[in-house]
Design a protein around this ligand. Structure first.
Ligand code: SF4
Length: 279
């Protein structure tokens, strides 16, 4: 356990967590929505600090990042927990199992990030925002070692922690799951606006690529708005349109390949770099 970086105390001992837009109000002994931040004796603690549920040397294209050191390998790590509840979660076994993890030594992670041909480290698999303090501590050492530092995220983070982290990041892949607040509320238990703000802020500071998992009948009509939003920031932002497969709590049919081709054609009206994934 480590004390969290972004929170405020109330006079009655309750806490407001300021890390992500849920801004959870947490009373003594309770957890925030992500279930990895706890109010203990009037202080907020992060419960998954130093706990790893997955580690692998991945091709950088798997993040996905296609326009950042293509062909290279990146040491990838993740923990448990998430600040969304997407019913199609691709990594739900890692995200929701809070018992199965290994304690990781930070010096060893720095070593591994520069070994086996890896160009650095990627925080991925679960949502790294809620692993913030550990990611931040690793990031400082990664920078000192001149390795690359990458965050793969749902973008649901408040501006203050984001701006503190951005100078340490070399690239981000940010999910833009839909262009509808209703989708974010119903399917992810989040909201759209903070994700858009993350993309705008990050695009000015680091290399970003964006991913949309296309689900027929849910967000397939949002592609034009997504591409226009990104194109208005910078038409060279790569957009990855990824094919949905039934997972976790969602068993609606796999996305029709023709929907992906249609989405690609629409997105290309606003963006120069559109990639299809999971086909
Ligand atoms: S990081 Fe967790 S505890 Fe903090 S506001 Fe977000 S969901 Fe709530």
């Amino acid at each position: 356990m480590k004390e969290a970086m972004f929170y405020q105390k109330r006079s009655n001992g309750d806490i407001d967590c300021l890390l992500c837009p849920h801004n959870c109000h947490i009373s003594e002994g309770n957890l925030g929505f992500c279930k990895v931040r706890k109010n203990q004796n009037g202080k907020l603690y992060t419960l998954n600090y130093g706990k790893i549920t997955g580690a692998a040397y991945d091709p950088i294209e798997k993040k996905p990042l296609y326009e950042f050191y293509p062909g290279e390998i990146i040491f990838s790590i993740g923990s448990y927990g998430c600040n969304f509840r997407c019913d199609f979660c691709q990594n739900y076994q890692l995200v929701y199992d809070h018992e199965r993890y290994s304690d990781a030594d930070i010096d060893r992670l720095w070593e591994l990030a520069g070994a086996n041909g890896s160009i650095g480290i990627a925080y991925t698999y679960n949502e790294p925002t809620i692993w913030y303090e550990y990611m931040y501590d690793i990031s400082c050492g990664i920078r000192d070692r001149k390795l690359k530092n990458i965050m793969v995220t749902n973008g649901y983070i408040n501006q203050e922690p984001l701006k503190k982290l951005l100078p340490l990041l070399d690239a981000m892949n940010i999910d833009l799951k839909a262009y509808s607040d209703a989708f974010y509320k119903k399917i992810c238990s989040g909201t759209l606006e903070p994700v858009l703000k993350t993309i705008e802020t990050a695009a000015n500071c680091t290399h970003i690529e964006v991913t949309t998992l296309l689900i027929d009948g849910e967000n397939d009509r949002d592609i034009e708005a997504i591409a226009k939003f990104l194109g208005d920031i910078n038409s060279d932002i790569p957009l990855h349109i990824s094919r949905y497969f039934p997972r976790f709590k969602r068993n609606t049919p796999v996305t029709d390949v023709n929907s992906l081709y249609r989405a690609e054609e629409i997105a290309r009206k606003h963006l120069n770099k559109v990639y299809l994934g999971n086909i």
